[in-house]
Ligand binder design. Sequence first.
Ligand SMILES: [Zn+2]
Length: 161
Amino acid sequence: MLLIKYINIVYIQIYGDMMACCGIWEKFDNENNTIKEYKYWKLLIRKNQAFLGACVAITKEHHDFLSELSEKEMAEYNEVVKDAEKALKKLWNFDGIHHLLLMMKDKHTHFHILPRYIETKEFAGLKWEDGYNKPPLGINNSPNQDVLNKIRDEIKKAIED
Ligand SMILES: [Zn+2]
């Protein structure tokens, strides 16, 4: 019994609440799409690049509700937003930006960070049209992993600069 308890503790220390919570890490592909890891958050690019540079910020711990976030998690989100906005502005000079917490299908606290563009952008040999006046949901654009990697690396570089 003690051994099982010990193994459990080690497992929790290594994986935290991250791996076995609700499938959010698989859905957003933590392994390939992480831009930056913070103490309480991870910033990833979305597979659905409805808008060039679309990101998602996910709490490392599973919370069902925004009200469950600690003050430290909330405070650190400020840093995540600053990094994301600074990088996306610098890279593609967005004209507006959404921060959406939807929590309908994926009940694990996460914000979608969606830059919007009036003019069509070009990146990785592709044209990125926005349709600035359209609502942000229901738009699908899932480029292949090579393109996703390029976007991820550009944002990573811009954050580090
Ligand atoms: Zn979860």
